[in-house]
Design a protein around this ligand. Structure first.
Ligand SMILES: Nc1ncnc2c1ncn2[C@@H]1O[C@H](COP(=O)(O)OP(=O)(O)O)[C@@H](O)[C@H]1O
Ligand SMILES: [Mg+2]
Length: 250
């Protein structure tokens, strides 16, 4: 299969097939134009429809790994992300869900622009205010975004407006009664606080000139649970990196 222009693709792919060359949704055929990202869990690509319109297909892998059946995981991950896109369907800065393909892929509208990881020029002055408003609107739906520390999930769309993609690990707990309900509410509030911390952190990284010295200092104060996460997460991340380098996938 011819490899289309590639985005973030590791040297060696440990699991999962390459993005499909084409797919059909609601009677329309979309052809692969560019693979944006490929990893252990999913492959994401930009596709063109019959009228030249671009869409994004995110296909969660269903193939086993080292003999372990993982089809259920691909399906669960797709279901989860679709649920989150549906909960946010009326927010203008979240791409519209176009539909599902097969059991483990979802299609959403293409946002013309770049993500923060690729964007090199100066962001508009109101970018982070809009991003914060978007994150707060997501919170108002009873959801935490959770993946906010990744600049590649933040898009700079038309007119320099922010958009968010990648709702796989977002969390919108279903209501529960009693102590479980209380625990969920507290955890949700923690994740939401972390989202806002990460918006401030991105602002400090990309437009520190818009912050007062006090805001810059306050933005450095990490919530205690993120410090705990760093304490546990950093050694795990290093071990994962060493493993991937060892098998030649990085
Ligand atoms: N609707 C979209 N419009 C434009 N670019 C997108 C869109 N969806 C995803 N992307 C790009 O594809 C990349 C991978 O998509 P993402 O959903 O974040 O996958 P992953 O869960 O593997 O990180 C993003 O970092 C972004 O650059
Ligand atoms: Mg992502």
């Amino acid at each position: 299969m011819a490899r289309k222009e590639q985005g973030r693709v590791p040297k060696r792919i440990l699991r999962g097939r390459w993005a499909p060359e084409a797919f059909t949704l609601a009677g329309r055929r979309y052809a692969l134009e560019r693979v944006l990202k490929h990893d252990f869990f999913a492959v994401t690509g930009r596709y063109r429809g019959p009228d030249g319109e671009a869409v994004c297909l995110k296909h969660y892998h269903t193939e086993p790994w080292l003999g372990v059946p993982l089809e259920w995981a691909g399906r669960l991950m797709a279901d989860r992300e679709v649920r989150h896109y549906r909960l946010l369907a009326d927010l203008p800065d979240v791409p519209r869900l176009v539909g599902r393909v097969g059991r483990s892929a979802l299609v959403h509208a293409w946002v013309e622009g770049r993500d923060l990881l690729d964007r090199k020029d100066r962001l508009p002055d109101d970018f982070f205010d809009r991003l914060e408003a978007l994150v707060r609107a997501i919170h108002a739906r009873g959801m935490a975004y959770v993946d906010m520390n990744k600049p590649d999930n933040v898009l700079v769309g038309p007119g320099g407006r922010p958009a968010l993609v990648d709702f796989q690990i977002s969390w919108a707990p279903r209501p529960s009664r009693g102590p479980l309900g209380g625990i969920k509410r507290r955890l949700l509030a923690m994740f939401q606080e972390a989202d806002l911390y990460h918006v401030r952190k991105l602002k400090r990284l990309y437009r520190p000139d818009l912050m007062t010295p006090e805001e810059r200092a306050a933005g450095k104060e990490r919530p205690w649970f993120l410090n705990l996460h760093r304490l546990i997460g950093a050694p795990l991340r290093d071990a994962r990196r060493k493993f991937l380098e060892w098998v030649g996938a990085r």
